[in-house]
Design a protein around this ligand. Structure first.
Ligand code: SAM
Length: 286
């Protein structure tokens, strides 16, 4: 069954009365070379368990099922069920869970479905929840080995920008806390049905076993990062002193003592600088 073939897709849609829901980010892959590349670069192999987010009609799901020991896919749209019953019928190592990934307990899912297996995530993500999905997978500390996902090109460039560059944002610093993100390859908009207005790219996040930064209160660390970037082209001392209620001259002095210029902007900071800022905020609360 060739799920990138437009006549096959149209016939499935007609027989099962399916139509796209734009608000769910339903842009299905029709370029036959892309799914095998995602699966291979994502580390899909016979000993591994894979989580997929958003099956669509199962085009990537099938590539994962052919290569992995087991696949658990989470899909929000129950209208896809009759289609998936047909397109995944050849596989006995695939389970589709109809749920919202953001409401799914991924730790519990891994413990229940993938005991003893190394787990990877591969997906063509619904774009409207790219950052929340990535941050959920990272923050929940699920023991996932790597996350290989298609995202909009702009999001890929932002996530994979060097920390301390103009392209860096709060998501860049947050992701770099857990892993070294890599942009793998670009995918043009014509590879999807319907075609979106922008191109995409596949990125890979290989998680550190232990984050190299010593942070006891991760929630506070990410709040500091978020506030620092809240006025990204301006001096970060203003939002930080306002939000965390620290006297500006006191904060300026502590920043200088930690080697951060009081006039610095968030996009100039290194990961070590963010950790120092977090320490300053944490100590100011004691
Ligand atoms: N993997 C398919 C492909 O590459 O053709 C579909 C990718 S499409 C970009 C995103 C998929 O995610 C859609 O099937 C959509 O219904 C599903 N989706 C959207 N929001 C979701 C959510 N909150 N939880 C789980 N799946 C979701």
């Amino acid at each position: 069954m060739k799920l990138t073939d437009i006549s096959t897709i149209k016939s499935l849609f007609e027989r099962h009365g399916f139509s796209f829901t734009k608000s769910l980010g339903q842009n299905f892959l029709i370029n036959p070379s892309v799914c095998p590349r995602i699966a291979e670069s994502g580390g899909a192999e016979s000993s591994v368990g894979a989580i997929e987010i958003g099956t669509g009609i199962g085009v990537l799901t099938r590539e994962l099922a052919e290569r992995c020991k087991k696949v658990v896919a989470i899909e929000i749209d129950t209208a896809l069920k009759p289609i998936l019953d047909e397109t995944l019928a050849d596989f006995d190592n695939v389970e589709v869970i109809f749920a919202d990934v953001l409401q799914t307990d991924i730790n519990a899912l891994i413990a229940e479905k993938f005991a003893g297996m190394e787990v990877i995530v591969c997906a063509n993500l619904p774009y409207y929840i790219t950052s929340p999905v990535i941050m959920k997978l990272l923050e929940d500390r699920c023991g996932i080995k790597s996350i290989t996902v298609m995202v909009q090109l702009e999001a890929a460039d932002r996530i994979c920008a060097p920390v301390g560059s103009r392209e860096c944002g709060a998501i860049t610093a947050a992701v770099n806390y857990y892993c070294k993100p890599k942009k793998l390859f670009r995918v043009n908009r014509g590879s999807f049905m319907p075609a979106p207005n922008v191109d995409s790219a596949v990125i890979k996040l290989e998680l550190y076993n232990e984050p190299p930064y010593k942070v006891d209160d991760e929630r506070l660390f990410f709040e500091v990062v978020k506030q620092a970037f809240s006025q990204r082209r301006k001096q970060l001392i203003n939002p930080l002193s306002g939000y965390f209620k620290i006297d500006k001259p006191v904060l300026a002095e502590k920043m200088e003592q930690s080697g951060i210029k009081a006039a610095a902007r968030a996009e100039e900071l290194t990961m070590e600088n963010f950790v120092s800022l977090y320490r300053i905020v944490e100590q100011s609360r004691e």
